[in-house]
Design a protein around this ligand. Sequence first.
Ligand code: TYD
Length: 212
Amino acid sequence: MLRRGILVTFEGIDGSGKTTQINMLVDWFCKNGISYKLFREPGGTLIGEKIREILLDKGSSGMYPATELFLYSASRYQLTRERIIPALEEGYVVICDRYYDSSTAYQGYGRDIDLDFIYELNKFTSCGVEPDVTFLLDITVEEREKRLAGRSLDRLELEDRAFQERVRKGFLELAGKYGERFVVLDGIKTPQEIFEEVVRSLEPLLGKKRLV
Ligand code: TYD
């Protein structure tokens, strides 16, 4: 594929502030006339949104870890072929609210599925498309609990504290292993402080001057 655009992914445990940062980034792109496309995982396509419903439904409590992995993977493959690759070919900045690192962290570290297997599967489902930069919003599990208190939670969010700890550790290990594309952001800082770091990291990729 002729890749003219760039792929920016956001990762982190629930409540880490991904959505806030993505909204700020989208505003910033609009103000600066940068053409972008925003997708979320699971979902982002008609088929993917149907898969998302199955995955997040509390009624899907009997789902085996491998079933879960394959459903996330199916959604990702569809999104990559149908939306991400065409957008990158057209030169868009593609923002993805979660991508394959979530499968490694949640299904690998969280559910204990073999990491090498997930690595191979991720290569397949992403058609070899790697993020140019991955922002990891990191918060502690205690902070997550404070932030999610009172919210209605989906199936994955209802998993216990030990599961969330494993997922967080998984993300941090990935960030250590793929340091060239990961930017770890301390999610306890203010949204504006975090956003400045996001822009600072993106600027070289966008070939733009600091505009914030
Ligand atoms: P979502 O409501 O999008 O959560 P958030 O807004 O916190 O990103 O739901 C996505 C859930 O699916 C989230 O709990 C993480 C989980 N997930 C996986 O377990 N594996 C994956 O590969 C992906 C993409 C998400």
